[in-house]
Design a protein around this ligand. Structure first.
Ligand code: NAD
Length: 274
């Protein structure tokens, strides 16, 4: 199962499907990331908040996979916002990962009430200019905060990682991204495995293709152009979630999945989360 690359607005390429490690304890992260690398994943999504950068880094080192074949993302936590704090937090993340650079560094949340994301972005621009992050981007940024960065920042964000799944397809935000060269990355792409995957409409499409509901949802993401980072610690599901390149949804399937939009958000509202 060969994962296609997408090209970010600075020319850097990124696998369209990667492996997320939120809520995976550090020691288990090493095992789970090893299983993901074994299954063929080459993109890993972690964050300082997840407290598993060390386990992730250990699995990367132990894999023996050449660094340039991997795409590693980590994120700056809200309490580390501010120019100098961000530079320090980045050094700490890099040290825990045991890497000389990351492929993508993200501001985890805009935390608008802190009033620091623009100044934080300037620190990410410096990290990028120094070659220590091949690309920089944001996460959980609504249109208003994206506009602010585009207007005031020097480098446009390569990507915005947001909650996105068939219950919350983020149609307006995706259109804004498309109009401004910002890639859309979906977090909780499977709706965290609860509720969404039990939708009868997904069971019907899955039966039609001889696939699972999770595979159908991942295929929907890929076909509408999202980058996806499904998480699992179960080796069989880790393999299942990357085995999504041998079938294609048709227009009818996509429409049935589009109809699942109910605005259901699993995480906090980024406009008021600080
Ligand atoms: P997800 O949508 O990837 O769902 C993961 C859960 O779904 C698993 O724990 C399991 O219970 C279930 N599951 C996985 N594969 C399955 C399968 N094949 N069949 C049935 N059930 C299956 O949820 P997530 O972990 O919240 O999101 C993925 C990644 O996104 C995270 O690990 C993290 O890297 C990232 N993330 C980022 C943010 C952010 O604020 N930037 C927030 C949440 C998650």
């Amino acid at each position: 199962s060969k994962v296609p690359d997408i090209t970010l607005n600075n020319g850097v390429t990124m696998p369209q499907l990667g492996f997320g490690v939120w809520q995976v304890p550090d020691d288990e992260a090493a095992t789970a990331v090893a299983a993901a690398l074994e299954a063929g994943y080459r993109s890993i999504d972690t964050a300082a908040l997840y407290r598993n950068e060390q386990g992730t880094g250990r699995a990367i080192a132990a894999s023996g996979i050449p660094r340039e074949e991997l795409f590693v993302t980590t994120k700056l936590w809200n309490t580390d916002q501010g120019h100098d704090n961000a530079l320090r937090a980045f050094d700490a993340s890099l040290g825990k990962l045991g890497l000389e650079y990351v492929d993508l560094y993200l501001i985890h949340w805009p935390a608008p009430a802190r009033g620091l994301y623009l100044e934080t972005w300037r620190a990410l621009e410096k990290i990028h200019a120094d070659g220590r992050a091949r690309a920089i981007g944001v996460s959980n940024f609504p249109v208003a905060q994206l506009r602010h960065l585009l207007d005031e920042g020097g480098v446009a964000p390569a990507l915005n990682q947001v909650e996105l799944h068939p219950h919350l397809p983020q149609t307006e935000l995706r259109a804004f991204h498309a109009g401004h060269g910002i890639a859309t990355e979906a977090w909780s792409p499977l709706g965290q495995g609860r509720g969404l995957l039990d939708e009868p409409a997904l069971a019907a499409v899955a039966a039609k293709h001889g696939r699972t509901p999770a595979q159908v949802v991942l295929r929907w993401h890929l076909q509408i152009g999202n980058v996806v980072i499904p998480k699992s610690v179960t080796p069989s599901r880790i393999r299942e979630n990357i085995d999504v390149f041998g079938f294609e949804l048709d227009g009818e399937d996509l429409a049935a999945i589009d109809a699942l939009d109910n605005g259901g958000r699993l995480g906090p509202d980024p406009s008021s989360f600080n």
